[in-house]
Design a protein around this ligand. Structure first.
Ligand code: ZN
Ligand code: ZN
Ligand code: ZN
Length: 338
């Protein structure tokens, strides 16, 4: 009934197929289709970030690769992945100061802009004075434009980032932005360093805004600098206070037409010296512009020996036709202290 030879042949073929399919010998000649071989008694390695679970016998893989296994993530000595060595994507662990989110190792500062700015402000001043110090020894020499740029940049580089930052305290933010912008304006004005325009743009412009902002910030949060630089800070703050008072006088300016003839126009405004300062002289600069905003004429109005509480009349005359006037710069001189 049965043909023994035929049965042996069938068994032989089956054995052969099993042997080939199991493939637990040499892997090199196995087509990829056999990689998920159900006949192999897989011996799995554990999955790592480099490879998924893999059979050491047939090379079959299963599942996905694992995420990295981080060693120490401390920011001062990060180990990275203990398998592949990468530090990419690793989240560092910081050691915060007791009083604030500032890392004692790497200095990462996660405090609000307000606190970071106030620290940086003092650092910026110190940096500026440090660059300026060797030049100040030589009192005769005015700094060159290049030296001036180095001085201004030393402070600006530390503060530039705060120009865009949002502060928790809006009032402080406004002063901080004003302060940083005044330094940026100074840097830009260096292109006209030593000229009349420099006096306008820096000495009677950016410097005023700089010291006023500094004075305002200091009034809210007293600034601390090194002892040796304390006199320099005080000088800046004094200027700021005086400039602040002087600028407030501009708010009172309201020039009225008091002309008695059409040819020569006369304008007047009465202002009370609401400051605690006696001005040797005080000057308003008035820019007259036409309807398109083009400058028609620049006038000055000046008074002398203006004492606290004293009301004085500022006036100017013009023969020009104009559309509007802007009081742009106030300048003054204080008596030299004895
Ligand atoms: Zn296997
Ligand atoms: Zn890894
Ligand atoms: Zn850190």
């Amino acid at each position: 009934m049965h043909n023994p030879i035929k049965r042996i042949l069938v068994m032989f073929i089956l054995l052969h197929i099993v042997t080939v399919l199991s493939g637990c010998g040499d892997q090199r000649f196995l087509p990829s289709v056999f990689e998920q071989n159900i006949f192999c008694q897989h011996e799995w390695t554990r999955s790592t970030c480099l490879a998924p679970k893999t059979c050491t016998r047939c090379g079959a893989t299963e599942g996905k690769i694992r995420s990295h296994e981080w060693g120490s993530t401390a920011c001062n000595a990060p180990e990275g992945c203990i398998v592949c060595g990468t530090t990419e994507g690793m989240e560092l662990t910081h050691t915060w100061r007791e009083d604030a989110r500032v890392c004692i190792y790497c200095g990462l500062d996660e405090r609000p802009a307000d606190d970071r700015f106030l620290d940086r402000l003092a650092e910026g001043l110190e940096a500026k004075w440090k660059v300026a110090a060797p030049l100040e020894l030589d009192k005769k020499a005015e700094p060159t434009a290049e030296q001036m740029e180095q001085i201004v940049r030393a402070e600006y580089d530390l503060l530039a980032e705060f120009e865009q930052e949002t502060f928790t305290d809006e009032a402080l933010g406004e002063l901080a932005h004003k302060y940083v912008r005044s330094i940026a304006d100074t840097l830009e004005a260096i292109e006209v360093y030593g000229t009349e325009e420099w006096v306008d743009r820096y000495e009677n412009g950016a410097y005023h805004r700089y010291t006023m902002a500094l004075f305002g910030i200091h009034s809210m949060h007293p600034i601390t600098v090194s002892e040796e630089n304390q006199p320099k800070l005080e000088e800046l703050l004094q200027h700021g206070e005086v400039i602040d008072m002087a600028y407030m006088l501009i708010d009172q300016v309201f020039f009225l037409d008091v002309s008695t003839s059409d040819a020569l126009k006369k304008y007047e405004t009465t202002i009370e010296n609401t400051t605690s300062l006696t001005f040797t002289w005080f000057l308003f600069k008035i820019e007259l512009t036409d309807e398109e905003g083009n400058l028609v004429e620049v006038k000055e109005s000046k008074v002398y020996n203006w004492t606290p509480g004293q009301k004085v009349r500022f006036n100017f005359t013009t023969t020009k036709e104009f559309h509007s006037m802007d009081v742009t710069v106030a300048n003054w001189e204080l008596p030299l202290e004895n």
